[in-house]
Ligand binder design. Structure first.
Ligand SMILES: [Zn+2]
Length: 420
């Protein structure tokens, strides 16, 4: 059996720590929201590392960082891999960063060992994956896959009035030629992204490598319940149109419908809630709340919404309230490529690591890359399932294993070819 190349866990750990210094706050969390000083410094760090490896580094119009390593046959499509450098406010040092550091490690090992692939390889660090002050998440991968247009970014500012166009320029992008960031379907042979699981499944099964079968569809709406604001003392209990109580019942019904649905891969959340006029002595006249519903299966989302709507109608009728619903996001579930899933599973097996097939309930850049090319993700167990917080952590032993699976899966894809 031929000896498979391996990643270096010490170097990975060291780079994770180096990168984890950018945006580190007093609580030990990471404040590295996109296009902030800290995030620009992290970008600079990555570029420096890539240049030191003698890779061909390029910043595209959407400020995504690409680093190309030549293949034996430069006419072949690229095998790409990477993730993102930005974080949520007070986030952790692994979300996104781990995928970039492991991609960097793959390039380092290949350079050190002089391993020549047939296909050209490209590392990518996507801009602005996380929700950010400009309100555009998965910004970079949407630009690359042609889903975000110049007109969508022209007049965007954050709450302080900073223009996205200016922020993008500062990060090395080119807002005037934004749509040139689009890559063609036949540019790529495959895309792989390593990411922390952000859940507890791998940990509970004690399995170090997760191979992702699909990325959940995300459905979001804004629900506005209108009742009638009135005096808290003089309005009789039977004569009220209380928007808050109506909303409370509707939200509990939402949870009830989901919990009764026999599908583990479904999750619903009401995370935003506003009461008007929000005064102690006034019956609430209006409530606005958000709904976030996710599943690997689009039909499940539709069925849940249908049942909830029926329940909601009864509640509204009994409380004489009115509802206005507005769909904010309707992102369909995205399946990962079967061929790549098999390659990642097989590679894991050859390396002697158990792996688990699982769906991702979080959105990722890979969901957009999947519309361009064969795509798969590999998950690393998250300790206590924690993410988007300072406690976010993964064990270096698991990271090392996943790094080896990434490296050798890329080599296996290179050997087998295909994809366009
Ligand atoms: Zn992420």
């Amino acid at each position: 059996m031929k000896l498979l190349p391996r990643v270096d866990p010490k170097r990975i750990q060291q780079r994770l720590e180096e990168l984890g210094r950018y945006g580190r706050n007093e609580q030990g969390g990471i404040d590295r929201t996109t296009f902030t000083k800290a995030e620009l410094a992290a970008r600079y760090w990555l570029r420096h590392e890539l240049v030191a490896l003698h890779l061909d580094v390029r910043i595209d119009e959407a400020a995504n960082i690409w680093a190309r390593r030549k293949g034996r046959d430069e006419s072949l499509p690229v095998i790409a891999f990477g993730s993102h450098l930005d974080s949520v406010p007070n986030g952790g040092m692994y979300d996104g960063a781990l995928g970039v550091v492991l991609a960097l490690e793959v390039m380092t090992v290949l350079q050190e060992r002089g391993i020549q692939t047939v296909h050209p390889l490209e590392l990518v660090s996507f801009s602005a994956e996380e929700p950010n002050p400009f309100g555009l998440s998965t910004f970079g991968s949407r630009a690359v896959s042609g889903k975000l247009k110049k007109k969508d970014i022209l007049s965007v500012t954050d709450s302080s009035g900073r223009r996205l166009m200016d922020a993008l320029k500062e990060a090395g992008g080119d807002p005037q030629r934004f749509e040139d960031a689009v890559r063609k379907h036949d540019d790529f042979s495959a895309f792989l992204e390593v990411h922390i699981e952000q859940g507890k499944r791998l940990l509970e099964y004690e399995i170090p490598v997760g191979v992702v079968t699909g990325i959940a569809g995300i459905y979001r709406e804004e629900v506005r319940i209108s009742g009638e604001a009135n005096h808290a003392g003089t309005t009789a209990m039977h004569d009220r149109r209380d928007a808050l109580l109506t909303a409370a019942e509707c939200i509990l019904a939402f949870e009830h419908v989901i919990k009764n649905y026999l599908d583990q891969d479904v999750a619903g959340t009401v995370g935003q809630f506003a009461v008007k006029p929000n005064a102690t002595n006034i019956i609430p006249g209006e409530v606005i709340f958000s709904v976030d519903l996710r599943s690997q299966n689009r039909k499940v989302i539709d069925e849940i919404l249908l049942v909830w709507e029926i329940r909601m109608k009864e509640i509204l009728r009994s409380r004489s309230a009115v509802v206005h619903r507005r769909v904010i996001l309707d992102q369909f579930p995205v399946g990962m490529c079967k061929e790549l899933i098999e390659i990642c599973e097989e590679t894991s097996g050859i390396l002697g690591y158990p792996s688990l097939l699982l769906g991702s309930m979080a959105g990722h850049d890979a969901a957009h890359m999947a519309t361009l090319t064969r795509t798969c993700m590999i998950f690393v167990p998250s300790i206590d399932g924690k993410s988007h917080c300072p406690e976010e952590k993964s064990r270096i032993e698991d990271i090392e294993k996943t790094g080896n699976v990434l490296l050798n899966s890329i080599l296996a894809i290179d050997e087998r070819g295909g994809g366009v």
